[in-house]
Every structure is written in structure tokens, then in C-alpha cells.
Design a protein around this ligand. Structure first.
Ligand code: ADP
Length: 502
């Protein structure tokens, strides 16, 4: 395994787009930051500068929020639900038509293999936007039989309306920039809200590109505003802003906590999708042909920079050795490289800081009693590549097993013929509760264990099943609220109850 061998150039179309001036998108206009700040964007596979983008500060956030407020009451509010849905379908079509450009830009700014980016564009660009577009015409309230005050039966009417919550401030991370942006845009548009979207400073390009496509789809100016900027400046200003009704945040648990505090000023509604340390529990009768690739995919998808990653395997002692051996062989055979290289199976980590953080955990693991079964090193040369790393014989007292690493590091722990409750207690011995999976052919064990795992999502004989219709979100310190599915609309709506006495 050697360092990134060759660089594959993006298409002329992508190069032309990258050569443009990347400013903030506010009220349909591309504007420089008030301070004139520019943020440099690097390719994590080569460490080369890709381009620069305008970096928003508090003054720009004020402008973007004002634009979103104005748009919330403007032309957008007057569209029928059918017209709003049609704009969303058009947006989905444009995302798919621009698949190649979007994928190349995402690969360059994030590092993920191209096939992964294309998969996320199909799943999130096409299916996710259309799924939410389907809801637009089905959002409605109820009539409720009541007898308020002195009214007699039939002398009053109470009905509820579901109204858009207002201006959404969305703050997203760098690990899957395109999917994350769409996760926030789709429910915003479906419910008739407007948005100020702040992408991560490391990966601002795909969000800007999506903003352009939303404009092309005919979504009115000011409905979608995109403001790249640093977390401490733009992110904090957005979370504190009195003109924002709701924050939808995806990122680390630590930043999630600061967003809650910042949001207290006007008691804005907050949903949070935070960290994870998801268990993957393998019983001895499980289908090993599925377990091994499932564990490798679950842990090393997006180089492990994935909140749902299967970072903690609990494997029954009877099958422990073959499982660990199979995983180490498969993970060790993954070819790292720049995402535009068709042979790359594993991209770089997002930055030098992230690589150093992850290597700190790996060194900690090496110094512990855990067995290093593969990887354990960063690749020399340019690019922030770290080999897929598997530690066997871990336990929940070890830092590598307890803390979210957000890198390609898997911990494998053995269990014996214990009660399911005891296995579940170990699986739940973390502050997180986002995802988890159970692998067995025994349906009673599968469902009992699925019930015992304390997480927002459990998969049986697969890991981290993702579909626009499956509610997604965390228990414990993995977050507040759910995204995806019917429940994913709720945080973007408010209920108004109206009562009339005849
Ligand atoms: P990660 O660990 O994935 O980098 P972070 O939680 O650090 O996740 O960042 C996710 C997003 O939160 C990014 O867009 C970042 O700019 C933003 N962010 C970071 N700090 C703050 C903050 N104090 N307030 C608001 N947003 C922030």
C-alpha cells in the first residue's frame, strides 16, 4: 500500500466551474463577504489549493437572515403546494442532470471516492428531494371535536393548521457535504420555510453549487441562501440570531451543546444530529459472507468519518477469530487514493488536523492491551491518508472504544454465552445512541437485541440502513429529534389551533 499515486483531473466543465468566483448566495445575488474575507479550500488527497470562497461574518449572516425573512412572506408563501412540489421535482432533476459536476466538486473538496459521491447524489439528490416533494401536498391539520366554554355540541369548530416554522438556520459538517446540504434543504422547501445554509469551512463548494441549482429550478430568490464561513464566526452568528426560528445542526456533540446555548436567546427550536459510536453485534450463527463486508463497509465508509460508523464490534467468542481475520484481510486490501482515481476505495481524511487526531487515537490503541490486527499508520507523502485500522480484544475501558474517533478505526470486542441484556449493556456503554446493528439468523435474538440497543436506529443483518423514509436521529448525546421520513417534516412545522364558537 503506497501513498496517493496519481492525480486524475476533473472534467473541463468542473474546471470551468471551479475557476468562477465563489461568493455568498444571498437573496439570489452572489456577493462578497462584508469583511472581504476569503476561505481557502484544499483537496485533502493532494493538499493542493482548489479555490477560495467568500467567508461570511456576522454582518453577512444578518443580510442572509433578512433575505430569508423577506422571502418567507413573499412570492414563495403564495405558491400552491402543487407549485412548490413541482419546483422541488425540478430541483431533483437538475441535481441528477449535474451528477458529474456535483460528484467531481464533492470528491475534490472532501476526498471521498467518486462512486460514493455518485451514490449519495442519487440517494439524496434524487430520491430524498423527490420523497420530500411528495409530502408537500400532504401536509395538513385536523378537525377536533371539542366543546369549549359554554358551547354545546355542534356549536363550535376547532381545526389545526400546519404552518412552516419560518427561517431555518442550517449548519452542516464536511463529511458528506452534498448529502448534508440536501438533508436540510429538502424539508425546508417541502414545508415552505426558507433557509440560511452554512456549510463547513472545509467543504463549502457543493452547497454553493446546490444553491445555484435551486435558483435554476426557479425557487424564488432569498428562499435558499448559502453562506460559507467559519463555525466560530458565521455558525455562532446564525445560532444566536433572533431572526432565525429554527436551527438544524449536524456535527460534533461538543458544537451541538454550544448551539443549544447560543439558541437560548430567542428560544429557537433546535434539532441536532451529533456523534456516534455504534455497536455491531455478531452472534455465532450469523452469515459470515455478509458480516465481514458489512462490517468493513460500516466502519470505513467515508474513511470512518461517518456518525453511524460501526466502530465497535461485539463478536461472539466462537466466531471471533475468523471474523477479525476476515475483516482485517478485507480492510487491509482497500486501495487508498484520490477519489477521482477510479481504483480508489478509500479517500483521505479531511485535513492534517483530523489525521493527527485520528493517529493520536491509534497510538493510544497501540499502547493499550488491544491487538492491532491491520493498519495503524498514516501513509507517507501528500494527502491525509490513514490505513484502515482494526483493533481486536478491545474493551469498554479503552479510550479507542469509548470516544468517537471519526476516522478509519474499528474496535472488536468478544463476548461469551452471556445473557442478551449483558451484551446490550456493553453495547450501550457509551454516551451516544445513534445507530447499531445485530447479525444473526435467529429472529427472536435479532428482535430482542434490537429492542435492547439504546439508539435511534437499529439494523438487522445490515448496518446503518439509510432511506429517505426511515426516520434517522440519535438517543442520548447523539442528538435531538429525527430527520428523514414523515417525522423529518415535524421540526420544520408548527401547529396553529383555531376555534370558532358559532
Ligand atoms: P466536525 O467535528 O464534523 O468538524 P463540527 O461540529 O466541528 O463538526 O462542525 C460542524 C459544523 O459546525 C461546521 O459547519 C462548523 O463550521 C460549525 N461550527 C463549529 N463551531 C461552531 C459554533 N461554535 N457555532 C456554530 N457552528 C459551529
Amino acid at each position: 500500500m503506497s501513498a496517493a499515486p496519481e492525480t486524475f483531473n476533473p472534467s473541463p466543465e468542473t474546471q470551468a466551474w471551479l475557476a468562477g468566483e465563489h461568493n455568498l448566495l444571498i437573496d439570489g445575488q452572489r456577493v462578497a463577504a462584508a469583511s472581504g474575507e476569503r476561505i481557502e479550500v484544499f483537496d485533502p488527497a493532494t493538499e493542493a489549493l482548489i479555490t477560495t470562497v467568500a467567508g461570511a461574518g456576522p454582518e453577512d449572516i444578518d443580510r442572509a437572515v433578512a433575505a430569508a425573512r423577506k422571502a418567507f412572506k413573499g412570492e414563495w408563501a403564495k405558491l400552491t403546494s402543487y407549485e412548490r412540489a413541482r419546483l422541488m421535482f425540478k430541483f431533483a432533476d437538475l441535481i441528477e442532470e449535474n451528477m458529474s459536476l456535483l460528484a467531481e466538486v464533492e470528491v475534490l473538496e472532501n476526498g471521498m471516492p467518486r462512486m460514493i459521491s455518485e451514490y449519495t447524489i442519487a440517494k439524496f439528490g434524487g430520491e430524498f428531494v423527490r420523497y420530500f416533494a411528495g409530502w408537500v401536498t400532504k401536509i395538513h391539520g385536523m378537525t377536533i371535536p371539542v366543546s369549549p366554554s359554554e358551547a354545546r355540541n355542534g356549536e363550535s369548530l376547532t381545526y389545526t393548521k400546519r404552518e412552516p416554522i419560518g427561517v431555518v438556520g442550517a449548519i452542516i459538517p464536511w463529511n458528506a457535504p452534498l448529502a448534508m446540504a440536501i438533508l436540510k434543504l429538502a424539508p425546508t422547501l417541502a414545508t415552505g420555510c426558507t433557509i440560511v445554509l452554512k456549510p463547513a469551512e472545509l467543504t463549502p463548494l457543493t452547497a454553493l453549487l446546490l444553491g445555484e441549482l435551486a435558483q435554476q429550478a426557479g425557487i424564488p430568490d432569498g428562499v435558499v441562501n448559502v453562506v460559507p464561513g467559519y463555525g466560530q464566526a458565521a455558525g455562532a452568528a446564525l445560532s444566536e440570531h433572533d431572526g432565525v426560528d429554527k436551527i438544524s445542526f449536524t456535527g460534533s456533540t461538543a458544537v451541538g451543546k454550544s448551539i443549544i446555548k447560543a439558541s437560548a436567546g430567542n428560544l429557537k427550536k433546535v434539532t441536532l444530529e451529533l456523534g456516534g459510536k455504534s455497536p455491531f453485534v455478531v452472534f455465532p450463527d450469523a452469515d459470515m459472507e455478509r458480516v465481514i463486508p458489512g462490517a468493513v463497509r460500516g466502519a470505513f465508509f467515508l474513511q470512518g468519518q461517518n456518525c453511524m460508523a460501526s466502530t465497535r464490534l461485539f463478536v461472539h467468542e466462537d466466531v471471533f477469530e475468523p471474523v477479525v481475520e476476515g475483516i482485517a484481510a478485507m480492510a487491509g486490501g482497500m486501495t487508498p487514493g484520490p477519489g477521482l482515481n477510479p481504483g480508489s476505495m478509500l479517500g483521505p481524511l479531511i485535513s492534517g488536523d483530523q489525521r493527527d487526531r485520528v493517529m493520536g487515537y491509534i497510538e493510544d490503541g497501540k499502547a493499550s492491551a488491544a491487538e492491532l490486527r491491520c493498519g495503524g499508520e498514516a501513509l507517507p507523502g501528500k494527502g491525509f491518508f490513514v490505513k484502515p485500522t482494526v483493533f481486536g480484544r478491545t474493551n469498554m475501558d479503552m479510550k479507542i472504544a469509548r470516544e468517537e474517533i471519526f476516522g478509519p478505526v474499528m474496535c472488536v470486542q468478544a463476548f461469551g454465552d452471556s445473557e442478551l441484556e449483558d451484551v446490550a449493556a456493553e453495547a450501550n456503554a457509551t454516551i451516544y445512541g445513534l445507530s447499531g446493528s445485530v447479525w444473526t439468523k435467529d429472529i427472536s435474538v435479532a428482535h430482542k437485541m434490537a429492542g435492547l440497543i439504546d439508539s435511534g436506529q437499529v439494523s438487522i443483518n445490515c448496518h446503518a440502513a439509510v432511506d429517505p423514509a426511515i426516520p434517522f436521529g440519535g438517543n442520548k448525546q447523539s442528538g435531538w429529534g429525527r430527520e428523514f421520513g414523515m417525522e423529518g417534516l415535524e421540526p420544520y412545522l408548527k401547529t396553529k389551533a383555531t376555534t370558532v364558537l358559532f
